[in-house]
Write a protein that binds this ligand. Structure first.
Ligand code: PMP
Length: 440
């Protein structure tokens, strides 16, 4: 502030600097001391009146895990994946210590690229060390000034970042609403000087398979048909849907019967259903070749960690049945059953639950931001690990708890969680609908 300079840590959202946020810090960044399996060890810390976290080490609480993206239960030990990952660690070490083009490509990287492309139903793929960076680096590599991005209003921050960094013009359409997308497209194309003149070099429509804060599944068939009509390209982020949706786990195309040919760029991550790290882009051979030549995240970033690559390959083989078992099919059936059971039971109790059937992402609406720390702390007290989300990740009055269901949850786990959440719901008054009478 001296001589008019602002300190480095200023300019953040005002909310962060207020006492209220400081008082609920204990609800975030809780360290864990185990793998993010069905049961997880969470360190509880205290947030105190004088805004400091008093207990830096805290006590460790064993919790039923409803917070991690462990959709297919690959977190922790897996009889098929883990020995292979250990072997790859011995062979390759945790890091390639190189970028892809300079010694950072192992045989495993190429294997994963071939296998994920085949699984998704695209001719080729390229993998990156981080899912977030996949969006934020790829979008600026495929569109720039003179292009137009039309983005769903609830797209993930990595997409927003990529879109802003691209230099293209950005328009937003109402969440998951193909009619509004069409309206925006029509308006934008009408900016041309004549009926035959297109005012944009290219148009890229960006959507997600499952929206991570809403649990909603993309209305992909209608979005694809609008895009075809206006010759716009489609970019689909399947971070939460690949491996979790569809009869064979191939994501939203599989679930809703869309031909992957009709989606130009299929993006996904290995951090959720595959229990690994990193991201991928699957597309035509020309696009993938082009990205390998020009994308900075391919040229200048150290490649995906080999054990993470091996974990993704092994999980993919289990999902597709190439491990020679039917565990993949069982996991897929299980995540669907578990998700549909949990969602409908919460709704019967009177909770306001967002999202679609089959989606393992289940936001329970809390609305009032003050209910967020109450819900989070009481869950932890009763050995439930949940994620609560508030401003700035959601609008201020749309706080929520975001439950993630796993194929690894047993019916007993889910019933236990329902009983605890039901009681907390009564105590902090977050059942916004009348409960359904219990059948006797
Ligand atoms: N896209 C979406 C829709 C996401 O929800 C996330 C993070 N959860 C990412 C991209 C970033 O992926 P990663 O966490 O694997 O870096």
């Amino acid at each position: 502030e001296e001589k008019g300079y602002a300190p480095l840590c200023s300019g953040l959202e005002d909310f962060y600097t207020r006492r209220m946020y400081l008082r609920i810090q204990d609800c975030f960044n809780r360290p864990i001391t185990s793998a993010p399996k069905t049961w997880i060890d969470v360190v509880r810390r205290c947030s105190t009146d004088n805004n400091s976290i008093l207990n830096p080490t805290g006590e460790t609480i064993r919790c039923l895990n409803l917070g991690s993206y462990n959709y297919l239960g690959f977190a922790g030990h897996d009889d098929y994946c883990t020995p292979r990952v250990i072997e790859s660690l011995k062979t390759y070490s945790p890091s390639t210590s190189s970028v892809r083009v300079d010694g950072g490509t192992t045989i495993l990287h190429e294997e994963l690229e071939n296998e994920i492309a085949r699984f998704i139903g695209k001719p080729a793929a390229v993998v990156f060390g981080m899912g977030y960076a996949t969006n934020s680096a790829i979008i600026p590599s495929i569109i720039s000034k003179g292009g137009l991005i039309i983005s769903d209003s609830l797209n993930h921050n990595s997409i927003i970042n990529g879109a802003r960094g691209s230099g293209a013009s950005v328009e937003v359409f109402q969440h998951n609403n193909p009619s509004h997308l069409e309206e925006v497209l029509r308006k934008q194309i009408a900016k041309g000087q004549s009926r035959l003149h297109r005012p944009w070099k290219k148009i890229l429509v960006i959507v997600e398979g499952i929206y991570s804060m809403e649990g909603e599944i993309c209305n992909l068939p209608e979005i694809v048909s609008v895009c075809k009509k206006y010759k716009a390209h489609v970019y689909l982020d399947e971070a939460h849907s690949v491996g979790a949706l569809g009869k064979s786990g191939r994501g939203v195309c599989d679930l809703l019967g869309v031909d992957p040919e009709d989606v130009d760029i299929m993006m996904g991550t290995f951090t959720k259903s595959f229990g690994s790290c990193g991201g991928y882009i699957a597309a035509s051979k020309e696009i993938i070749q082009y990205l390998k030549y020009i994308c900075p995240a391919h040229l200048y970033a150290t490649s995906m960690s080999p054990p993470a690559v091996q974990q993704a390959i092994s999980a993919l083989r289990v999902i597709s049945g190439e491990d020679g078992s039917n565990r993949g099919a069982q996991k897929l059936a299980r995540i669907r059953e578990n998700s549909n059971f949990f969602r409908s039971e919460l709704q019967k109790m009177g909770f306001d639950v967002l999202g679609d059937n089959d989606s393992p992402v289940m936001p329970i609406m809390l609305y009032n931001p003050a209910k967020m720390p109450a819900f989070s702390r009481q869950c932890l007290q009763h050995n439930l690990a949940v994620v609560t989300v508030a401003f700035p990740a959601t609008p201020l009055l749309l706080s929520r708890a975001r439950i993630c269901i796993s194929a690894a949850h047993t019916r007993e786990d889910l019933n236990k969680a329902l009983m605890i959440i039901g009681k907390i719901g009564d105590r902090i008054d977050i059942k916004y609908f009348p409960a359904e009478p219990k059948k006797t």
